[in-house]
Design a protein around this ligand. Structure first.
Ligand SMILES: NC(=O)c1ccc[n+]([C@@H]2O[C@H](COP(=O)([O-])OP(=O)(O)OC[C@H]3O[C@@H](n4cnc5c(N)ncnc54)[C@H](OP(=O)(O)O)[C@@H]3O)[C@@H](O)[C@H]2O)c1
Length: 305
C-alpha cells in the first residue's frame, strides 16, 4: 500500500498546539487549554513519547476526556526515536514499541502523524520502512515525518520508505533563522553563512514537505522566552512597532513572521496559556508586509549583505 501525500486528508493549520509543557500546568489547566483550543479551531496537537517522561501524553488524554472532545475532532502527532541521555534508536523494534506506548498513553487506537524525533546515525532506511509499512497497514499511524533532519538525511531515509515523508519539524524563529540566513549569505565569510541545515527550507518546498517551527518564542536551546526579554531589546522594539500596525501582540507578530514565509511553515506554540495560544493563532492568520518581515529579521541581529 502506498501513502501518497496528505493533501486533503489532514488539515494543516498555521498553528500547532505543542504539548511538551502540558503536564507541568496540571490537569485543570490542560483541560481548559485543549477545550479552548479545539473550540477555536486549533485541533492539531504535537507530542513526543519523552515529553514529561510520558506524562504529557497521559495528561492530554485525561484533558480530552474531561473536555468531552471526541477523537475525530483532533489531529494527534507524536514522536519517537530518542532514548533520553542514551542514544537515538530507529530500529524497527524500537519504533513499533514506541508507537504502542504512545497509543496507550494517548488512549487512542491511531496516531495521525508519527515523526522521528532526531536523526539516528545508525539508521537503516529499509528497516525504518518496514516499521512504517507495518504501522500504516495496521491503521496505527496515518502519516509520517521527521524532525531535525537535513535534506540528505531525508533523502536517504525516503529511499527505504513506501510512505512519503510529509513533515520536518525544525527550530525556527527570528532569533533562530539560520535556515534562511545561510541562503542570504551564500559563499560569504559571515557567521550566518554557515549552512547548518543543508538548505532544508528549499528542499522541503521542492518536495512538498511541510515544515513545522519548534520553540518559536525561545532563544538558544530552549533557554527562555526572548519576547519582552531586555537582552533582545532591538527585536522587541520592532516586534512592538510592527505588531501595533496590525493589532497584534509581540508573540502574535512572531507567528505572523513565520507564517509570512512562502514555505507555509506551521508554528508549534508551546504555551500552556489558552489565551496566549489564541493570540498566536490570530498572528499566524495575519499577513505582514515584505518590508515588515525583513525589519523583524534584521532586528533579531541577522544581516542582509
Ligand atoms: N522537535 C523537537 O526537537 C522539539 C524540541 C522542542 C520543542 N518541540 C515542540 O515545540 C513546542 C514548542 O516549544 P517550546 O514550548 O519550547 O517553545 P515556545 O512555544 O517557543 O515557548 C513556550 C514557553 O515560553 C513561555 N513564554 C513566555 N513568554 C512568552 C510569550 N510572550 N509568548 C510565548 N511564550 C512565552 C510560555 O509560557 P506560558 O506557558 O505561560 O505561555 C511557555 O513556557 C513544544 O511544545 C513541542 O511540541 C519540538
Amino acid at each position: 500500500m502506498n501513502n501518497n501525500g496528505i493533501q486533503g486528508r489532514l488539515p494543516l493549520p498555521r498553528v500547532i498546539v505543542g504539548c511538551m509543557r502540558l503536564a507541568s500546568g496540571g490537569i485543570e489547566n490542560a483541560t481548559r487549554l485543549v477545550s479552548q483550543a479545539v473550540e477555536n479551531g486549533l485541533n492539531f496537537f504535537d507530542h513526543a513519547d519523552i515529553y514529561g517522561g510520558g506524562e504529557s501524553e497521559k495528561t492530554f488524554a485525561k484533558a480530552i476526556k474531561n473536555a468531552k472532545i471526541s477523537r475525530d475532532k483532533v489531529v494527534l502527532q507524536s514522536k519517537c526515536g530518542i532514548v533520553p541521555g542514551v542514544m537515538y534508536d530507529f530500529s524497527k523494534e524500537h519504533i513499533v514499541r514506541s508507537v504502542e506506548g504512545i497509543l496507550s498513553r494517548l488512549d487512542t487506537d491511531r496516531l495521525d502523524v508519527l515523526l522521528l524525533h532526531r536523526p539516528d546515525a545508525l539508521m537503516q532506511p529499509e528497516e525504518v520502512g518496514e516499521a512504517f509499512t507495518s504501522l500504516y497497514e495496521s491503521g496505527k499511524v496515518g502519516t509520517f515525518g521527521v524532525s531535525n533532519m537535513n535534506p540528505m538525511q531525508m533523502q536517504l531515509l525516503q529511499s527505504g520508505l513506501k510512505n512519503k515523508i510529509e513533515f520536518d519539524q525544525i527550530q525556527f524563529s527570528p532569533v533562530h533563522a539560520g535556515a534562511v540566513s545561510s541562503g542570504f549569505e551564500v559563499n560569504m565569510e559571515t557567521v550566518g553563512a554557515a549552512d547548518r541545515s543543508g538548505g532544508v527550507i528549499e528542499y522541503c518546498r521542492l518536495k512538498g514537505i511541510t515544515l513545522q517551527a519548534w520553540s518559536p518564542f525561545q532563544y538558544g536551546f530552549i533557554k527562555g522566552a526572548y519576547i519582552g526579554n531586555p537582552s533582545f531589546a532591538a527585536l522587541n522594539t520592532v516586534l512592538d512597532e510592527v505588531g501595533k500596525k496590525y493589532g497584534l501582540s509581540a508573540s502574535a507578530t512572531v507567528a505572523a513572521w513565520i507564517a509570512r514565509h512562502p514555505a507555509g511553515i506551521q508554528t508549534v506554540c508551546g504555551s500552556t496559556n489558552a489565551d496566549r495560544l489564541l493570540d498566536v493563532k490570530k498572528g499566524a492568520e495575519t499577513v505582514i508586509s515584505r518590508e515588515d518581515w525583513y525589519r523583524i529579521y534584521t532586528a533579531a541581529g541577522n544581516i542582509l549583505p
